[in-house]
Design a protein around this ligand. Structure first.
Ligand code: ADP
Length: 192
């Protein structure tokens, strides 16, 4: 089975909330099933597509608009696009939603205290020490989505739970059909 219709799944939430981890698990499952998938990860994008942009509101909005632009191109070509970006502002998230059309917003709503305790990249410690400025959740705002299609509380759910929820949403909306055999097995069978 492979995709006919593209969609963007947009993961928003604080640093360390679990966006990248869930994205990677969803990506693996979709690829295994033969779907065309691309991941636009905030950290990677900022090294390439949006290199040079900072963390002021205008720069953050520009970062999201550029990610949204690429996601739109891929989505209209039948790709399942997984975006992992803090994307702290509601207005620009709504703007890319409008532009892309086929859009699923996943709010990875892990509380700040848990993200800070995890401190995956050591950034919260630096932000608390004042070594990093404009850090989301510490001295920069995060506007929670008002109407996300899905919410993942990674402090209460396992990665497996969160991944299954995202795949179930894709399935409910008709973008994903799970086959009992993997894409590799299917390819072998159809070539016989
Ligand atoms: P983000 O991309 O939001 O900055 P990461 O995915 O890089 O966050 O880091 C999240 C951390 O939380 C990882 O170390 C991951 O193993 C851990 N974690 C624990 N439980 C979960 C879960 N249910 N879903 C996702 N991540 C989880």
């Amino acid at each position: 089975m492979s995709n006919k219709n593209g969609v963007t799944v947009w993961f928003t939430g604080l640093s360390g909330a679990g966006k990248t981890t869930i994205c990677m698990a969803v990506e693996e499952k979709l690829r295994e099933q033969g779907y065309k998938v691309e991941v636009l990860d905030g950290d990677v994008v900022r090294e390439k597509l949006t290199k040079g942009l900072g963390f002021s509101k205008p720069d953050r909005d520009e970062n999201i608009r550029r990610i949204g632009f690429v996601a739109h191109l891929l989505t209209r070509n039948g790709v399942i696009v997984l975006v992992s970006a803090i994307s702290p502002y509601q207005q620009v998230r709504d703007e890319v939603r409008q532009q892309i059309g086929s859009f699923i917003e996943v709010y990875v709503s892990t509380p700040l205290s848990v993200c800070e305790q995890r401190d995956v990249k050591g950034l919260y410690k630096k932000a608390r020490a004042g070594e990093i400025k404009q850090f989301t959740g510490i001295d920069d705002p995060y506007e929670p989505p008002t109407n996300p299609e899905l919410e993942c509380r990674t402090d209460l759910e396992t990665v497996k739970d969160s991944t299954a929820k995202v795949l179930a949403k894709l399935s409910d909306l008709g973008y994903f059909f799970e086959s009992t055999i993997s894409f590799a097995e299917e390819s072998v069978l159809t070539s016989i």
